[in-house]
Structure formats: C-alpha cells, structure tokens
Write a protein that binds this ligand. Structure first.
Ligand code: ZN
Length: 412
C-alpha cells in the first residue's frame, strides 16, 4: 500500500544524543540501543473513521523517535500497518450501508493527507492487513503445526492462539489476570466464548461467515485474519525477529501488543520481541475521554477544513508529554498559535542568542524520553531573548528554525 509523501528533514550540525525511552515492560526509562539500523513498528489505524487528535498525538510521538534516531546518526527502518479488514470496519460499513472497501480506502486516504499536513515522516513500508493475508495464513499454519494454536470444534473454522504456548505471557503489560480479562472483553477479544482453552486466547483466523468478506486460507479454510497476528506477521516479515521499538497508543498495551509480541516470540523463539514497548497517552476533550460513543472526537481533517494551521495542531499536541493522558481544549490551540507567531517573528530577527546552545538543549530534552514540553520551553526562552533584541549572533535565527524543523517537525 502507498505511504504518504514526506518532507525533507534538514540535517543539523554535530550529532544528537542516544535516545532514552520509557519501556512499558520494564516500567522505566532506558536507552534505546539500535544495533545497526534502528527499527520501529507502530500500529496504525483501522480506517472506519477519520484521524482524530488521539491518532495524531500518537503518530507525532513516534515521529519524534524517528527524528531523534536520525539525528543520532542511525538509519531508521519504520513500518506501520493499516488494519483494512476487521470487525469495527465491517460494523461501521453495515451501519452506514456502505461498501467496507470504499470506506477503508476513503479513510486511509484522509489519514495520509492528515499525516502529510502534520509533517509526519512516512514509514518505509505502509502495509495493509488484506495484502498480508497469504503471509498470515502461512504463519498461522506454522503455529497450528507447532501446537501453539488450535481450531475450535464448533464448525466455524476459527483458530485461536494458545497462550500457554507463550510462557512469558503478561510480561509486557504486567496486569493481573482479572484485569486482562476485562480489557480483552473491552478491546475486541472474546473471553467468554465457549470452547477456548483459556479465556484470554486470541483469535488468529476467523473462518468465513455468510455476509462477511473472506479470503482463501489454504489448509485453514477460507476466512480472515485476527488483529494481533496481522501486526506480528507484518513486523516479522519486514523487520525481523526483534524491533527496537513497538509503539502505539496506551490502549494497545493489552491485549494487542501483548498478544502480537507473544505470536512473534513463539514463531521465532527469540524474546523479547521489542527492546522497548512504547505507549502514547490518550487525548480527551475538555476533560472528558474522547470517544466515538460520546460523539466528541476532534478530527484533524475538520481542523484543516477550518483553516487551522497544521503546525499549530502539532505544536499544541507537543505541548504535553507524549505518555500523559491529556485533554484537548480550544485554549491549547490558541496558545500554540500565539507561540508559533512569536517563534516566527524571532526566527526572522537579524540576530539571537546562541543557536548551538539552543540545539544542544533541545537534543538533551528530547533524548530524555521525548520531553517535548521542555523543548518548547527552551524555544520560548530563545524567542523571548531574541525579540528583546539583546543578543547578537546572526547565525542563530536560521539554526533555531532548522532545529525546530528537524527535531520537532515544526516549520516556521
Ligand atoms: Zn498492531
């Protein structure tokens, strides 16, 4: 599947510091330590609705990871998927009496436009679930043969992963089993389904049903893939047995990331799948959780249609720490617009305080688990001193602008 179009990322003088990130599995901040190219797999959208600010915040967080790695001299191999077949997509298409393929194509196209407007560096591979089905079938058959998967004996053709085949299951989220069960029920799992060996066993392959799309599955029979195996197979195929970062929103920690890591680890015998499991916070609206059921989603495309500067949207999201669940407000956007205006005036000044010191400061803040609020404060201070007209380095304003562009993805 085609990715979106990227913007050139300017090179900065010198080299950035090694990036430290919070790893959910170890519950602490640890250095990322890419051996050769840095590899990252980020879970993408299920394209049944437009990109909302929560998606945007997650994509921006992992965009900073990529920018910091590049600045530290790493080649980056970045893969993102799009879950272009799954229950939520079919349910929405049925509700709106629309062809699910048309819905998926339209929302994926809109997502690409949003990502481009927000200056997210595109992944090297943007991969759909549907185009990955032959690989998924092959790996599910391996798991079945290996005794790590089983067929339900109810004639549906559904195949489940046996979590007892993953002895470390739970190491990533470290949740009590009762909580895992609740989250499984909330987030696409089926803990109460009869015939499963363990309520937490996740679906690998759903046998064909009347009225649902299905694909050939060889010895599995016709059907369609489960969600976790989709990401496991795409990551394994394009990045290998391990990745430096597996990322997504914190609502993916369990069951999605736990299960996809368990699948990969069982297929390869190598653990852990990811050096860091990295999770971005959720974005609420005016203090409430943003959700489809509340009808309070703020869409990036809506803001763009209202002529809001995408750089102000990006800056507003960067003003909070990526791991924090936080709230979107109109004030946040107004503050970001004012900030951009000040920064633009400062960057156009004939001289400012040391650009090198500013660059070093931003690198240091972002290397510390992506402290973007700290980086923004440094930019505010630099702009304030520049606009006061007391500094005299004429090379500083261009370096200020290049630093913001390269490391924060903000163009002035
Ligand atoms: Zn995923």
């Amino acid at each position: 599947m085609d990715s979106w179009v990227g913007h050139e990322v300017p090179r900065l003088p010198g080299r950035g510091a090694p990036l430290r990130l919070f790893d959910s599995a170890r519950q602490g901040v640890h250095p990322t330590d890419p051996d050769g190219p840095a590899t990252m797999y980020v879970c993408g959208i299920t394209p049944y609705d437009a990109t909302h600010l929560g998606h945007a915040a997650t994509m921006i967080a992992f965009d900073l990871v990529q920018r910091m790695w590049r600045d530290a001299g790493h080649e980056v191999r970045y893969v993102q998927n799009v879950t272009d077949i799954d229950d939520p997509l079919l349910e929405r298409a049925a509700r709106d009496r629309e062809d699910w393929k048309v819905l998926a194509m339209r929302e994926t196209a809109l997502f690409r436009e949003d990502m481009e407007a927000l200056r997210i560096i595109p992944p090297a591979h943007y991969v759909g679930a549907v185009e990955s089905i032959p690989d998924i079938v092959e790996k599910v058959l391996v798991l079945l043969k290996d005794g790590a998967a089983y067929r339900l004996e109810d004639g549906t053709g559904d195949v489940y992963f046996d979590i007892s085949a993953a002895p470390r299951f739970g190491y990533e989220s470290q949740l009590p089993r009762a909580r895992m069960r609740e989250l499984s029920a909330e987030r696409g799992g089926d803990p109460d389904r009869a015939g499963k060996r363990d309520p937490l066993d996740p679906l690998l392959w759903r046998g064909a049903r009347d009225g649902e799309p299905s694909w050939p599955g060889g010895d599995l029979g016709p059907g369609r893939p489960g969600w976790h195996i989709e990401c496991a197979v795409i990551a394994l195929g394009l990045l290998g047995a391990t990745v430096d970062v597996q990322g997504g929103g914190n609502d993916l920690l369990f069951p999605h990331h736990e299960c996809s890591a368990a699948h990969v680890e069982r297929l390869t015998g190598v653990a852990p799948f990811a050096g860091h499991y990295v999770h971005a916070g959720m974005i609420g609206l005016d203090g409430e959780k943003m959700s489809k059921s509340r009808g309070n989603l703020v869409f990036v495309s809506r803001l763009r249609a209202d002529k809001v500067d995408p750089m102000a949207v990006r800056l507003a999201l960067l003003s909070g720490h990526y791991r924090a669940d936080r709230s979107w407000t109109d004030d946040l956007l107004v503050t970001a617009e004012q900030r951009l205006d000040r920064w633009r005036r400062a960057a156009a000044a004939p001289a400012g305080p040391s650009g090198e010191a500013f660059l070093a400061g931003v690198r240091e803040r972002l290397a510390d688990d992506l402290d973007s609020p700290g980086a923004l404060r440094l930019a505010d201070e630099w702009a304030e001193r520049t606009l006061a007209g007391t500094a005299d380095d004429p090379t500083a304003p261009p370096l200020f602008a290049t630093t913001l562009d390269a490391l924060l993805g903000i163009t002035l």
